[in-house]
Design a protein around this ligand. Structure first.
Ligand code: SF4
Length: 253
């Protein structure tokens, strides 16, 4: 169980214990597994849950070249707090240069196709490289984050890559996440306090207004149902949730 710095409610404590058991199970079932961290709140929660307990799950981040300085600063904060160097994957420079020369540095505002092409170069290709040597990956996605994530499962099969995909925070609420971060004194991106619940590249992310959903500030000029960058829209199959009480047994299969 994670080290508790402050008092936390029993219901959250139960969720933490279940999360820890799930992460242990993932590490036991997969020798090569990585967390894809955006360095935002959910991923910092998972980073703490992994590093504070020495769970054998690697952590990487996609350094797109367009991140906020505050987001890049989280890499240093993780290093200071946990003594862990987050692996960074950057886009291929020749692909970036070609896009910028042909379309312009900020051409993603002009059309969904050009936005998706930029995400393909700066995020999807580096993600595919990051995941080329693993049998599973872990994300901080939650169901309530947006309409595009309402059907999210805790465990899925990433059919495009032929690997497992785990979303251990699928049923966590925003309040759960922040209660955990506060109770365990986890470092968080300062942009959250300035109205950014979801953080991506600087030119494609704005603060949200009261009442807007947490991903309303991502690609705000597009309609709600196109707002994924391609990292999570590969074909996935749901896998039935394994009860925590049976995880240890399942690991030995
Ligand atoms: S979020 Fe914006 S800047 Fe970042 S890769 Fe996608 S289109 Fe490009």
């Amino acid at each position: 169980m994670s080290t508790v710095a402050n008092e936390i409610a029993p219901a959250l404590q139960a969720k933490i214990e279940r999360l820890d058991a799930l992460l242990d199970s993932i590490a036991a079932r997969h020798a090569n597994v990585k967390l894809a961290s955006s360095l935002a709140a959910e991923d910092m929660l998972l980073t703490h849950a992994i590093l504070s307990r020495g769970v054998k799950i690697g952590i990487f981040s996609l350094n797109t070249g367009r991140l906020h300085a505050e987001t890049l600063g989280m890499i240093e904060r993780v290093s200071e707090r946990y003594g862990y160097e987050i692996e960074q994957f950057r886009p291929q420079q020749d692909a970036v240069d070609e896009y910028v020369t042909q379309h312009g540095l900020n051409a993603f505002y002009e059309s969904i196709d050009l936005r998706k092409r930029c995400c393909e170069i700066r995020k999807v290709e580096p993600l595919n490289r990051a995941l080329s040597d693993v049998s599973a990956w872990v994300t901080g996605q939650r169901r309530e984050q947006s309409v595009t994530r309402a059907e999210l499962h805790e465990e899925e099969q990433d059919n495009a890559r032929g690997i497992a995909k785990f979303n251990p925070l699928a049923d966590w609420t925003e309040a759960d996440v922040w209660a955990y971060l506060s109770a365990l004194d986890v470092p968080v991106n300062p942009l959250h306090a300035r109205g950014y619940p979801s953080i991506g590249c600087e030119p494609c992310t704005r603060a949200v207004r009261p009442g807007e959903d947490s991903r309303a500030g991502r690609w705000w000029w597009e309609s709600r149902d196109t707002k994924e960058c391609g990292l999570h829209i590969t074909s996935v199959s749901a896998i039935p949730v394994v009860e925590v009480s049976s995880i240890g047994q399942a690991n030995q299969d």
